[in-house]
Design a protein around this ligand. Sequence first.
Ligand code: PA5
Length: 467
Amino acid sequence: MSDTALKIRIDYNNMMAEFVGKEGVTEEEIAAWQPAAEQAMAAMKEKRGQMKWRELPHNQKDVVADILALAKEINKDCTDFVVLGIGGSALGPIAVQQALNHLHYNDLPKEKRGGPRLFVEDNVDPERMQALLDVIDLDHTVFNVITKSGSTSETMAQLLIATDLLKQKFGENWTKHVVATTDHEKGNLIKIAKENGLRTFYVPDGVGGRFSELCPVGLIAAAVCGIDIQALLDGAAYMDELCSVDDLRKNPAYMSALLQVMAMKRGKNISVMMPYADSLKYMSDWYAQLWAESLGKKFGLDGSVVHTGQTPVKALGVTDQHSQVQLYVEGPDDKVVTFLGVDKYRATFGIPHGFDAIPDVAFLSGHTMNELIQAEQSATEYALMKAGKPSFTITLPVVNAFTIGELLYYFEVQTAFAGELLQINAFDQPGVEHGKQATYALLGKNGFDEKRAELAAAPKKKAEYII
Ligand code: PA5
């Protein structure tokens, strides 16, 4: 397929008042936003040099070669590849693996997989750690520890557990089982990596956690599991072209960001993402972090208090038609739904005849599951539209590395542009930092005495409020 045939489509018909009535936007309202949009477009151009993630599709030739060499070597002997990381260091690898590999990849026999089994450990639940250790074969396991800051407690705790086990088993050779992905110089992981001679890949400067899937953070796990990482980057490069046009009507990321921001300003504080494909299920988790952490801000660029943001909600079509759609259709006017659809699924399943005497069952026979899932998506879009609830539909012609590269990059630019329209810094996360510091204080880390005192002075919980 040519690039154009692989172009993902962003359909915003159902955001328009023409279709959804008063909860939608009019052409006049879009025109009124034009000056703000132009200002945001100018800012995107001016700040492009600082948004280093925008160059990832273009400047990683050598990195890709190194990653492919690593993947080849790992694939010789490794049965289990474990990512240790959290947030932006985990959600991308999970989403891409789910999208591009077999939906039961880890359960396939080795010869049917593109590489070792993949486990992405993005929590510090002791039961989960135990469960992982129960199923992996340490002799043939490689851990990829990923932390941009090099200091995230959860990731460091996981690394300490993994290295302890590896040292007990392999002595000095433990280092053969660890690959580090981190900043060139900042943080503790780079120190550990240098001191121990770990194979190390870098998160480039100016590439924040949630914008890092297309650098070694995401590319290593993908390549190790047989995913075509060059095609991912090619898809992203193609989307960069589409998203570099200073014309709202032609730039999919700019237009959809504007419509989302306009909806937010009218009280649509919830952004539901509803893929109609299990392969895209974890795109919602990746998007949830990107959208929530980037746009959920107390202060504007001018220092004023804005308390902005839109709460992401994850749903899966058709599964959640039977749990959440009732609320979306009849509940409060506080949501924008984004459907993710697929033109051509990678499998076709016919629905056979069997109970032709029962018309309410027989009508399904002769159709395919593909027709059924697509009909249900269209029907839900229609039901929302009839109820006056705005939605977008993003369609991937097919789910492959190229279109997933497009999708990731599209959402990243959409988020950055929304940040400009909202006049906030989309690239920091001070709210997360507060929580991190409180954890350090509670666990006795040096330098956090003040925070410890602050926590000790916090109001004590009352027993009467606990039933
Ligand atoms: O987007 C972000 O910056 C964060 O969500 C980080 O990805 C997350 O906190 C993990 O940080 P790090 O990669 O530094 O361990």
